[in-house]
Design a protein around this ligand. Structure first.
Ligand SMILES: Nc1ncnc2c1ncn2[C@@H]1O[C@H](COP(=O)(O)OP(=O)(O)OP(=O)(O)O)[C@@H](O)[C@H]1O
Length: 288
């Protein structure tokens, strides 16, 4: 399965340009992390890929043909967790997933539901009404409906929101397993979610593609732009460095930060993925 985005742009009827000139290819297998600050255009990009939105500029093709002429085929291949979604509060978890399976036209629905419930750890909640679930449990039901029928393309808009750290780890591992033979695209603000599991990162800001590559390539971009220094040794007049962390040590507060040109008092340090991402956002970056 392959998607090609060609000069893709989106202008909402309000006149807001949410995406500009996006060019990229997404192919299986891939676990792709979609990163960007609030309002960057991540949900808009996901809306276009799921054909819920129609592009105002450029196009998307699926396996070489226009996506919008293959909406039925796309729906059969797609599992989608939107940022906000409605659950039917009076249904039980099983009933809701049964209903979603029917909408998706899944034939062996019992097995598909059982698998989705097992993958999301909802076994002991399958007979509970959705209104009685916690926020994190509801999010898991949202993920479960996206997983139904083993879709070839899984698009997850902030799937780990509301999940506790243990659950986040569980889902990271699950997404990583699923992505072995399909495309999983997940948006998040949490770098830990993409670190170690995503083999590819896409960063957008103000509707523009800033980066499209591996986590290692992103870290390389920030090499020489991350420094550490003791706070009491810093020259306060030189504020060119943006502090990313402050840690108490026996010698005082040790700071790390990113800068286009490191000030003399900072010692160059190996960038973390989070620092590389912050550096890219500060700098504006260059797409690939
Ligand atoms: N239906 C809409 N009508 C008009 N403008 C919209 C609409 N939906 C989104 N926007 C605007 O388009 C831009 C991109 O929004 P989008 O929701 O795609 O960003 P995002 O990266 O998903 O943000 P967040 O991380 O906050 O969820 C924002 O400026 C937003 O205000």
């Amino acid at each position: 399965m392959q998607f090609t985005l060609d000069r893709l742009g989106m202008i909402y009827p309000s006149g807001k340009q949410a995406l500009k000139n996006i060019n990229m290819t997404l192919e299986a297998p891939n676990l792709i992390g979609l990163l960007g600050p609030n309002g960057a255009g991540k949900s808009t990009l996901m809306g276009l890929l799921t054909a819920g939105l129609k592009p105002s500029e450029g196009s998307i093709s699926m396996n070489g043909s226009p996506l919008l002429s293959q909406e039925k085929e796309l729906k059969a291949k797609l599992g989608y967790l939107p940022q906000t979604f409605g659950l039917f509060d009076e249904l039980t978890v099983w009933q809701f997933l049964d209903y979603m399976s029917a909408l998706k036209g899944i034939s062996a629905s019992k097995e598909a539901i059982r698998q989705a419930i097992a993958d999301t750890g909802l076994e002991d909640k399958q007979k509970s009404r959705i209104r009685t679930l916690s926020g994190g449990q509801r999010q898991r039901v949202g993920i479960a409906q996206a997983l139904l029928g083993e879709p070839e393309l899984l698009i997850l808009d902030e799937p780990t929101v509301g999940l506790d750290p243990q659950e986040r780890i569980r889902f990271r591992n699950l997404f990583s397993r699923i992505a072995q033979n399909r495309i999983v695209l997940l948006s998040t603000h949490i770098i830990e979610d993409v670190q170690s599991v995503c083999n590819r990162l896409i960063v957008i800001k103000d509707g523009m593609l800033l980066f499209n590559g591996s986590p290692e390539e992103l870290i390389l971009l920030a090499q020489g732009h991350v420094g550490s220094f003791m706070e009491n040794e810093a020259n306060k007049a030189d504020s060119s460095i943006r502090i990313t962390s402050r840690i108490n040590t026996s010698r005082g507060i040790c700071c790390r930060g990113v800068a286009d040109r490191l000030p003399g008092y900072a010692e160059s340090a190996e960038p973390t993925l989070e620092e590389a991402y912050l550096f890219l956002l500060e700098k504006g970056g260059s797409g690939k």
